[in-house]
Ligand binder design. Structure first.
Ligand SMILES: [Zn+2]
Length: 470
């Protein structure tokens, strides 16, 4: 229990960036052979089919009720080694290392959860009956092995309808899923990246921050949580529940967290962005909406029509908006970290600028890349986006300044920091391999996609012209 914060996970020793803070097997896991996150309902089905609902975790994990926020636990890792994983004598399915329930009084406002399924009506559509687990994305989802899980078919009566609804809520608030595992790491291991969704109970106890001190992802079914900043013994370990919406302005993040998880975010980044937004005269939020609602769609339309002049117009509007905001940042005398928070919240605008440059056949914008990279280091270190931006920035600086420039050495250090945060302190050779794979699987693939889009637009424009003349 954390003073004023409720339940959370605290470091039991110091960690440096790249250190594994937690690596934990799933209670339930559903994977798909397509690159698409399977539906959260399949996790509930898997828990029912495998009779995993006997696990004490279900009395501890957040289910949306105030009572479940107060369920405290003390977890002794040595119990795992002592054989808590083996079957219980009454024939009930074995559960993963069990938490020890403890009485507590302080309420928690934060739901321990990772990215929950966003599908509307997930709970409403959940029937009382059991459903097969094989109806996932494109019918390719399969229930994965629940490591340390149950003996299948053990005799444990099915929970009643009310308890099944509660189980579905536990899954909604606590599960984590993604469209694919790390593409570069999978390629290096010779594995196909899989869509996945699952429940990792220990991981689900971590609280949210919009600028967390860890990164997490799934490796061979286990959830890996890695420090991306120095974490001192006694400090809270945080993850981000949001995924890509992490790079939205604070008011949008707060709305998502409130709607999907039922708490108000008071993380350092939210507080800082909120405190300054008045001084920035709403220009920040206005610009973000302009990008989202007008400039973004205008760009897609212009690119589809092959209208270079219109793409150029969008590019100029984005650049002008960014210049105006940077002037405001200067006048407002933002602290360096707060400035990075804001720049991270502007990523959609930068992304649009990058797309315009690609559509116009221009090279990378070095200063925009550097600005984004710096903000990712502060807000989303170790994310796949951070690793990819670090490669693009490094390659751009190398091409511009050559291998012997001090700027290239700095870009190389930034690249190394990104890769240590994401993959740990790997050797130079392994890092080089992962950099190459990320370059091939993301940077070049994205460039090829952009080119294909432009070519398709040209072809469409040609066909259109043909139609007119016909
Ligand atoms: Zn926040």
């Amino acid at each position: 229990m954390l003073e004023g914060k409720g339940r959370g996970v605290v470091a039991t020793r110091d960690f440096k960036p790249g250190d594994v803070v937690m690596a934990t097997p799933p209670l339930a896991l559903v994977t798909a052979h397509v690159r698409q996150r399977p539906d959260g309902e399949l996790v509930v089905d898997s828990i029912l089919d495998r009779r995993l609902y006997g696990s004490k975790w279900f009395s501890v994990l957040y289910d949306g009720s105030a009572r479940s926020c107060k369920a405290g636990l003390s977890y002794a890792p040595q119990e795992e080694a002592a054989g808590a994983v083996s079957s219980e004598p009454d024939g009930r399915p074995a559960a993963p290392p069990e938490p020890l329930l403890a009485s507590t009084s302080a309420p928690s406002k934060a739901a321990a959860a990772a990215a929950a399924p966003k599908k509307k009506g997930f709970l409403a559509s959940r029937g009382a009956g059991r459903k097969g687990a094989g109806k996932g994305a494109a019918g390719a989802a399969e229930a994965g092995p629940a490591v340390g899980g149950a003996a299948e078919g053990a005799e444990l009566p099915l929970p009643d309808r009310r308890e099944q609804t509660r189980l579905a809520k536990v899954v909604k608030f606590n599960c984590f899923g993604d469209d694919a595992e790390d593409l570069a790491a999978c390629a290096a291991r010779g594995e196909e990246p899989r869509g996945h969704i699952g429940l990792w109970p220990e991981f689900a106890m971590l609280n949210h921050s919009c600028a967390p001190n860890t990164v997490n992802y799934v490796v061979a079914g286990s959830m890996v949580v890695r420090a991306v900043a120095p974490i001192a013994q006694g400090e809270e370990v945080t993850i981000c529940y949001l995924g890509r919406p992490q790079l939205l302005p604070f008011n949008k993040r707060i709305a998502i967290l409130s709607e999907d998880y039922g708490f108000e975010c008071n993380c350092a980044r939210c507080l800082a962005e909120q405190a300054h937004v008045d001084k920035l005269d709403d220009a920040f939020l206005e610009f973000h909406e302009e990008v989202e609602e007008r400039l973004g769609p205008a760009f897609l339309e212009a690119r589809a029509l092959g209208d270079t002049a219109a793409v150029e117009e969008v590019a100029e509007a984005v650049a002008a908006g960014l210049r105006k905001l940077y002037n405001l940042f200067r006048k407002t005398l933002l602290a360096p970290d707060v400035r990075q928070y804001y720049i991270a919240s502007l990523y959609d605008a930068y992304d649009l600028a990058f797309s315009c440059a690609a559509a116009l056949g221009r090279g990378e914008d070095g200063s925009a890349l550097q600005a984004c990279l710096k903000s990712m280091e502060v807000v989303s270190a170790g994310s796949d986006l951070h690793a990819i931006l670090a490669v693009r920035h490094h390659d751009h600086v190398l091409a511009t300044h050559g291998p012997d420039s001090p700027l290239t050495a700095l870009a190389r250090s930034a690249l190394r920091r990104a890769y240590v945060a994401r993959y740990g302190a790997v050797s130079e050779a392994v890092m080089e391999r992962l950099v190459d794979l990320n370059r091939k699987l993301h940077v070049q693939a994205d460039a090829a996609d952009a080119e294909a889009g432009a070519t398709a637009a040209e072809a469409d424009a040609g066909a259109g012209a043909g139609d007119v003349s016909a």
